[in-house]
Design a protein around this ligand. Structure first.
Ligand SMILES: Nc1ncnc2c1ncn2[C@@H]1O[C@H](COP(=O)(O)OP(=O)(O)OP(=O)(O)O)[C@@H](O)[C@H]1O
Ligand SMILES: [Mg+2]
Length: 265
């Protein structure tokens, strides 16, 4: 043991201590993202005129859809929400139909970059709605790698990206809740810098997918069906969503005046 008798000696001892080896410098290899190139790299597709999503709707419904789009856009800009999950209380309320129409409506604003991902892994429907053929991905990109996203994704025009697949994934909640899924969504955000990401999800009361996926989205929109959903179902679904993330509102589909939107906040 070393004995130090006065402060001068203490100082000298401290001075003669062997210098510690410097920590190796951390090298950050951060490639600068180039969203324009990322968008251009996606396979381009056109939506056939016969696709369900291309079928015309009556003027009232179109006006209601346009209004919903613009209100949502403003709300999302005000709140900074970019990733929106669409869900319903129970099956068949029109979530997928609304998700597709909303994505097209948003993408018709040319300064927006919009991504729509099929996260209804149990019953993927987006590829049918858009009737886009030649998609090589059978399984969702969430269960695979970043490269698999490319094979599941198509670009419609310059600013709408769709992630589609055809094979159901029975272990949906498990896939949606993985860190890998979260990492993939983060990576897509970094690479493509979308203004909005829409996720088509299964009904909230039918399975645990909305809860399992809660780390993937910022907020949710609940799609109820006027001729089908009960107020109890809407309440329960809303409560379950709000336990995870903000519920922006309830869209009442198939009501007499097209599509109604009740905003909460
Ligand atoms: N406003 C509407 N008027 C008439 N039919 C509609 C309307 N909205 C949706 N549909 C029809 O209802 C059916 C279910 O719609 P959709 O697949 O969009 O519901 P979903 O909530 O996504 O269902 P799921 O829970 O199975 O995912 C489809 O056949 C669709 O064409
Ligand atoms: Mg659906």
């Amino acid at each position: 043991m070393q004995h130090v008798t006065n402060t001068k000696e203490l100082f000298a001892t401290a001075q003669t201590k062997p210098a510690q080896a410097p920590l190796p410098e951390i090298q950050w290899h951060r490639t600068k993202s180039d969203p324009t190139r990322a968008w251009l790299r996606l396979n381009e597709a056109t939506i056939p005129a016969t696709a369900p999503v291309r079928q015309p709707v009556d003027a009232d419904t179109q006006a209601a859809l346009d209004l919903l789009r613009s209100r949502l856009l403003r709300q999302m800009r005000q709140t900074g929400i970019r990733k929106l999950a669409l869900t319903s209380p129970t099956h068949g309320c029109g979530t997928t139909t609304l998700a597709t129409r909303l994505a097209l409506g948003l993408a018709s604003q040319i300064d927006l970059k919009v991504m729509l991902l099929d996260l209804n892994l149990r019953k993927p429907e987006l590829s049918n709605q858009f009737a886009i053929t030649g998609i090589t991905a059978r399984q969702t990109a969430l269960t695979g790698t970043r490269r698999e996203f490319d094979s599941s994704a198509v670009r419609v025009g310059h600013n709408l990206a769709l992630s589609l697949f055809t094979q159901p994934e029975p272990r949906a909640a498990e896939a949606l809740g993985t860190l890998r899924a979260r990492a993939l969504i983060n990576q897509l955000e970094r690479e493509f810098e979308p203004d909005l990401m829409l996720f088509d999800l299964p009904p909230t009361l039918a399975c645990d997918d909305m809860v399992a996926a809660a780390d993937l989205y910022d907020a949710a929109l609940l799609v109820a069906r006027a001729d089908h959903s009960t107020s109890d179902q809407i309440d329960r679904a809303e409560r379950l969503i709000s336990e995870q993330k903000p519920c922006l509102g309830v869209v009442v589909n198939a009501c007499r005046f097209g599509v109604a939107y009740d905003r909460h906040h």
